[in-house]
Design a binder for this molecule. Structure first.
Ligand code: AMP
Length: 458
């Protein structure tokens, strides 16, 4: 859709309190997903939205939600998100939108924090409940919240919720909702499990799709560094030293996120650490410090970082490769936003070569088999360096990592996993480190732990 043709907020018939709030938020022009979704949702239709974070999708469902609640003074809404941070982020947007409609109160029911303040807020009859599935079920079982009169349901990041093993919780929650309600579902991808779920509880929704996050490969300088496992930490320091601006460092496990974060702090860096094993207060503080520019580096696990609105990242470092190849796109998409340039660097160890090959093929579908076999036959990571290193990489300094540019192809990708089985990262995490899974809720509610085939993450 061309920008000039887009519907304006003024043309949407929004309640004056919302229009005023949008002004206060400096939202002048609707984004593509907002222009498409708001009028449809205001008409009361179900929406199946394909959009990622960064497209403005929060306001795309929150604006019509608030409008409908203002129009129907008895109505209430439930918004479900996979992680605590997302829930808090979304509740903040709702608070901003209802700034001039004070009688519409919201509450966020998230794990990792005391339930007591949540009980108190629930007694004040909030019109909007923003929740992660596990904590919501806990409240339902205690009878502190009832969904029997919920008129609107929003499921955001639905694919992530399924990925995290929340399908049983979602079904249970949906069963407790009235049959007659409006459903707004947003997801970056639509795997078959999600389509099945959608068929169960939505009828003929309006499909709205906006292009993936505006990740411009041309604007992101992608680099690959061949490193041995024990070189990674020092290489990270070197990368930090040679770069200017903020960095988002992705690490696979909670324990290593902590370890690397502390290593950087000991090396004199200003660092925020975020992963699901930290308390909610720690996570919020870390994120705020990074947002406010008080720390330069954010070290995070994939899931903790997903969907977070952190606009000013100049460099993405894949300290560990993502377990799911499509996450590579999401990760590097944290930089190079809004027409700005950015850089991404990936550390590839000898053991990562298979995974990296898949990522590379995903990013560059036109890669010739010859190039792949060159990669496969390359032994330079372990033994004598060959003349041609993977991905057309050039050799780095003596003993140092080898670097290579990325022959970036299109970024269009479908969901694809390294193995055909379920995602195993959290399970690996539990096995190797005895760490807590990162998901906020399911494991804590006796009998509600996701099945083995559905690892939980947050
Ligand atoms: P989201 O995809 O909902 O996480 O939004 C991404 C970012 O875009 C957030 O920082 C929003 O505050 C911002 N945003 C969303 N809609 C608009 C808009 N219409 N005008 C300006 N900024 C917006």
């Amino acid at each position: 859709m061309v920008l000039e043709e887009r519907m304006k907020f003024q043309d949407m018939g929004l309640h004056p309190s919302i229009a005023k709030a949008l002004q206060k938020m400096n939202f002048e022009t609707p984004t593509e997903i907002q222009a498409a979704a708001i009028p449809v949702a205001i008409q009361g239709k179900d929406i199946l939205g394909s959009a990622q974070t960064g497209t403005g999708k929060t306001a795309a469902f929150a604006i019509p939600l608030v409008q409908r609640l203002i129009e129907n003074p008895e109505a209430t809404a439930l918004v479900l998100l996979p992680t605590r941070e997302l829930a808090q982020q979304v509740e903040q947007v709702i608070r901003d939108l209802t700034f001039f409609a004070r009688d519409i109160r919201s509450v966020s029911l998230i794990g990792g924090v005391s339930m007591v303040p949540q009980f108190k807020l629930l007694r004040m009859n909030p019109r909007i409940v923003v929740a992660t599935p596990g904590r919501l079920i806990d409240h339902l079982e205690r009878g502190s919240v009832s969904l029997a009169k919920t008129d609107y349901l929003v499921l955001d990041e639905a694919d992530r919720m399924l990925d995290m093993g929340f399908a049983p919780q979602l079904r249970e929650i949906v069963q407790r909702l009235p049959e007659k309600r409006q459903n707004l579902l947003f997801s970056a991808t639509f795997p078959s499990t999600l389509i099945k779920l959608v068929r169960e509880f939505m009828e003929e929704p309006t499909r709205i799709s906006v292009k993936a996050e505006q990740v411009s490969p041309d604007r992101i300088k992608q680099k690959v560094l061949e490193v041995k496992q024990d070189q990674k930490a020092q290489t990270l320091l070197q990368e930090i030293d040679t770069r200017q601006g903020t960095l988002l460092v992705f690490v696979r496990t909670q324990r290593n996120t902590e370890k690397i974060g502390n290593f950087l702090v000991d090396s004199g860096c200003e660092v925020s650490i975020i992963h699901g094993g930290r308390s909610q207060a720690q996570r919020s503080r870390a994120l705020q410090q990074f947002r406010d520019g008080l720390t330069r580096i954010l070290v995070a696990t994939d899931v903790a970082a997903r969907g977070l609105d952190v606009p000013h990242v100049e460099h993405v470092v894949n300290y560990d490769l993502p377990e799911v190849p499509e996450d590579y796109v999401h990760r590097i998409g944290r930089t190079g936003r809004n027409g700005r340039s950015g850089e991404a660097v990936s550390f590839v160890t000898p053991g990562d070569r298979g995974q990296w090959r898949i990522i590379e093929r995903l990013m560059n579908p036109h890669l010739k088999p010859r190039d792949e076999s060159r990669f496969q036959s390359d032994r330079s990571l372990n033994k004598e360096p060959s003349k041609r290193t993977p991905f057309g990489a050039k050799k780095g300094g003596p003993g140092g990592p080898k670097t290579g540019g990325f022959k970036g192809g299109g970024l269009k990708s479908g969901p694809k996993k390294f193995d055909k089985g379920p995602r195993r990262d959290s399970q690996n995490e539990k096995r190797s480190f005895g760490g807590r899974p990162e998901a906020t809720a399911p494991a804590r509610f006796g009998g509600r732990r996701p099945s083995k085939s559905q690892g939980s993450r947050a």
